[in-house]
Every structure is written in C-alpha cells, then in structure tokens.
Write a protein that binds this ligand. Structure first.
Ligand code: ATP
Length: 269
C-alpha cells in the first residue's frame, strides 16, 4: 500500500458545513470489552465518509451503532450520543425507537442478501411495509430506485425473475435499490464490494459516487484506493479510537498523525 491517491472525487474541495449526523464521545462495549472509545465523528450531509483502519479497529462496530444494530444482542452497551440532524435527536437515547432509526437509516452488507423473491418484490417490499399499495405508485418507485442503483436497464425485462438469478454485482445493486426505495436519510455500507469482482466493484463505486447527490453515505472499506475514489471525507481508526478525520485528499496526502501515516504507508495493519 502507498499513500498516493490516483483519483479524487471532483467535489472534494466543495465546502460542506452541513452535518447529517455526528457521534459525541461515543463508546461501545461488547459486554465488558470496550470496542469504541470516545469517538467524535462528523458525518457531512450528502457526502460520502469512509471509515478505514486495520482489522479489529472498530469500523463495523461504529457503523452498526448508527442503526442500533447492536440492540439486537443482549449485553451490549452504548455510551455517548449520535445526533441526527436537522431534527437533532440522539439516536442512542432510550426513548428513541430503534425500529424508527432503522427506517431512516439503511444498511447494505458485505455480501448481497436479496430476499428469496422476484427482483420487483425485493424493492417493493419496504414500500408495501410503509403502506404503499397502489400499483402505479409502487411501479414508479421501484423503477426510480432501480435507476438510482444503476440497475434498471439490466433488469427492466426481468422484474419477475428471482433475485437469485442475478449476478453477484447485480444482486448487490438490487440490495442498494431496496435500501434506496424507502428514501433513507443516511445509508451505511459495510465493505460493500469485498465479495465482488473488479468489474462489479467498479460499477458499485460509480454508483456510490452518484448517490451522494441526495443521500449521505458512511462506508467501511479495507480498500484505501476505494476510499480515495468515492469518499470526500475519511476517518482513520485504530484500537477503537478515531485517530484522524478530514477531507480524504488531506488525510491521504498530508496526514497529521504518525499512526495514520504509518498505516497508509503499509507499516502496520
Ligand atoms: N460480537 C462481538 N462480541 C465481542 N467482541 C466483538 C464482537 N464483534 C466484534 N468484536 C470485537 O470488537 C473489536 C472491533 O471489531 P470490528 O468488527 O468492529 O472491527 P473492524 O475494524 O470492522 O474489523 P474488520 O476490518 O476485520 O472487519 C474487535 O476487537 C472485535 O474482536
């Protein structure tokens, strides 16, 4: 690995002062084990933020705090806050309903996980749950989500086929369409291309760059070049702490912390 950046997103220097979310002194414990310590991470609205760092540093743990995934397991504990804007609520407050949180904050996993349903039904599912019943509206919203996920042209004649008949990369874009259909405010990606070949990876990266027009994204990736290609902001984590955060170009080319520099130079991790 080296710290040269091949390509920067075109708008990486655009000022973005509007925050969609931020963590405030966020710590997280698996039982007694602290996996995150006092993390203060800003998440800029309609921008992509990448979380990078060596294996086990807490990237996925941090991502999963945002949609309260850890609540599904007993014995896990949050400390601190995650503010969501513009309404300025604390996502971690006991009075904040985790189901509501998950309806506003979507997640795409490492491996594509479509439902055992047709292409159309995969995307329509969440819309039906939200009470949308009219066929014309369902069809229009499914088409829009598939277009936003850059999949429409490939599946418009196969909407009734099983989602499992799609390639791995198409299945991942279907999962992104499924997440987009319900218009999330924040979309979390946990290593979304690590199970895909280079071509499928390139198409997902292109999609990630285009998504930012209307969605805020937070992306865990092991691939530093991917962070450089898709994210305006990057956070470097180590041993459960946020070591450095900044515009991707600055963090990659002129990191302020020695640990960041060592990691980018491949000296550990
Ligand atoms: N369910 C769990 N129970 C206990 N400890 C856990 C659990 N999940 C993760 N951990 C620990 O929390 C720490 C952070 O793990 P996490 O998966 O968030 O790291 P990561 O940076 O995403 O790693 P990777 O890049 O390998 O996916 C690690 O020490 C890990 O062993």
């Amino acid at each position: 690995m080296n710290n040269s950046v091949q390509r920067q997103p075109a708008n990486s220097h655009e000022p973005s002062h509007v925050l969609k979310a931020e963590t405030r002194n966020l710590s997280f414990f698996y039982g007694d084990k602290a996996a995150l310590r006092e993390v203060n991470l800003p998440v800029h609205a309609r921008r992509a933020t990448a979380l990078i760092g060596p294996s086990g540093c807490g990237k996925s743990t941090l991502l999963r705090c945002f949609n309260r995934m850890h609540d599904l397991y007993p014995g896990h504990r949050y400390q601190g806050e995650i503010r969501l804007y513009p309404d300025d609520i604390n996502l971690l407050a006991p009075e904040t309903d985790p189901i509501l949180v998950r309806s506003r904050i979507g997640m795409v996993f490492q491996k594509p996980n479509p439902f055992p349903k047709s292409v159309f039904e995969n995307v329509a599912y969440g819309l039906r749950l939200r009470g949308i019943r009219q066929t014309a509206e369902l069809e229009a919203r499914v088409e829009r989500a598939l277009r936003d996920a850059a999949l429409w042209d490939e599946v418009k004649d196969r909407l009734k086929d099983s989602a499992y008949a799609l390639s791995g990369g198409q299945q991942q874009r279907l999962c992104i369409a499924r997440a987009l259909a319900v218009e999330p405010e924040l979309l979390l990606f946990d290593e979304p291309t690590s199970a895909l070949d280079p071509l499928a990876t390139a198409s997902i990266e292109e999609l990630l760059r285009n998504l930012k027009v209307h969605v805020t994204t937070l992306i865990v990736t092991h691939n530093l070049q991917q962070a450089a290609r898709v994210a305006e902001f990057t956070a470097f984590m180590y041993l459960g702490e946020l070591v450095e955060f900044g515009p991707t170009e600055v963090l990659f080319n002129a990191p302020s912390q020695k640990q960041t520099e060592d990691y980018l130079a491949g000296r550990f991790g």
